[in-house]
Ligand binder design. Sequence first.
Ligand code: ZN
Length: 451
Amino acid sequence: MKMRTAVFGFLLVALAAILLVAQQKGPVTAIKAGRLIDPETGAAAADQVILVEGEKIVGVGPKLAIPAGAKIIDLSQLTVLPGLVDAHTHMALTYKEQPENYYYYLTYITDSTALRAIQAASNGIQLLNSGFTVVRDVGNNALYADAALRQAIEQGWLPGPTVIPSGPMIGSTGGQYWPTPEMYKQHNIMFPEYIDANSPDEIVRAVRENMLFGARTIKLCVDCKPWGYSVEDIKLAITEAAKGGCKVEAHVQTVDGAQRSIDAGVYMIAHNSALTPEQHRQMAEKGIFLAGTDTPFMPYRGSESAFKRTVANLRDAWEKKVLLTFSTDMDYWNDRMKDPKTGEWLSRGDLTINFLETWKAAGIPPADILRAMTINGYKAADIIDQRGPIKTGAFADIIAVSGDPLADIDILRNVQFVMKNGMVFKKDGVMTPEKFFHPGPVRMPNGRWTR
Ligand SMILES: [Zn+2]
């Protein structure tokens, strides 16, 4: 009797597993690609077919048999490529020229975490519309608005890129800014933005806390203060983060801080402004990713002299073969952010893609820029085993443009088609996001609710 119950139980479990697998599959879609770019090699193949079933790619090739009843998406006049990555941005912070004169502290007071989370949701839709299917969202997002955005997109409430959130930046006393004694002692005005961690115990606790609340990467303020973090401190954060499957990005703004980060072996360094040519050489040797945050000189931001330095630094990092990512730090706003021709507001996606200006000025070839915007971005986001490259088994994150971005990288400014997780978000240059909106959570990644 016991044996029979066990067999019956086993059969029930097997049946449930089969049903679960069947549920995860969906109708097949066949995408006909006029040209398909592989950013890893910089090669393009003509007349390819991509088969998508449910959320994933199930076949790619020149003469794939299209199953009967498959939905056909005809992109035969377009160039198809994987989605783009902004490897360093802040989705839930928009500090403005008016009224706060770009003074972050005031933004923290005027914009609640809830308002900032909604701004982040809007930014996500705008970025997806410009072809960005992955963003690393690294700090200054109030009380885990970044982790909430990731959760909402993964559960299927709304469209958006795959978000790799860091939670609040971890730093030594004061974080990135210089709070007043009132702010510091109260610890509740700007402190959702930072976690103070001044000892090994506090560093371990801070890393664990961020991972508990949904971080997928850990961001350290290495040298935001003169007392900063030592090589041992950084190594401790790396070891602890690894236990939760997270890699460490170091914010650096001094040569010394950069050197400590390199010596400790961080995964990624944010901001190129303090790095020396010798440090670029060491980063290339050690395989450390760079999120340079290479601000262009635009009517709404920057100066000519700063731009020249930014371009020279990016050029040097490229010459030294550092693992470059496309990264922006795009978290500000003013009323000059308009298209000079039409007078219309630029979207968050337009403002992000404008960083191409720095890469072009540095004379970096389109194939290398595209690799930074895709393959290196997926690696830096630590998701390349799941999504990014257009290959069998990967999530279907696919974009298309008219023209050849390997000849003219500005073609990326005009994204005609976007698919995210196998669902069409944009077609013929028009957003069609209705399939992404649900009145409840419809997806449970890994078969469970995600924190
Ligand atoms: Zn930043």
